[in-house]
Write a protein that binds this ligand. Sequence first.
Ligand code: SF4
Ligand code: SF4
Length: 129
Amino acid sequence: MNSMEQLEENLRLADESATPLTDEELAATDKVRALLKAKGDIPCTECGQCSCPKGVNIPDCFAVYNANRAFNVIHISQLNYGMALKGTGHEAEVCDGCGRCANQCPQGLNIPLQLRKVARRFAHVRCGW
Ligand code: SF4
Ligand code: SF4
């Protein structure tokens, strides 16, 4: 898209082709959302609007935590955390609670508080599993 006209045309086409969810589908979506919330899910949308000067990969930390909590795929999520995050300088343990990411999250997440949960959950995971 190189111009406002192209953007507007794309938005119009997207509007016309979108099929609205039925009431049953909307109810199912609400049910799944409630179930995930009850399991202690961190409602991060991985929008990437937060940034950490220390290098913590905030959305990846939350995504791995959520996979671990929601689906109980303990070994896979621990493996992911160990391989992709632990010891790389991007893991939750690097967060020192400085608060620079405060107010960056459109979901209103208290990022340092949630990162502490992630760090606790994966405290026993070794680097490069
Ligand atoms: S509170 Fe943690 S995640 Fe947020 S900017 Fe500071 S070190 Fe980074
Ligand atoms: S800004 Fe919030 S929702 Fe977006 S990636 Fe960061 S923590 Fe997740």
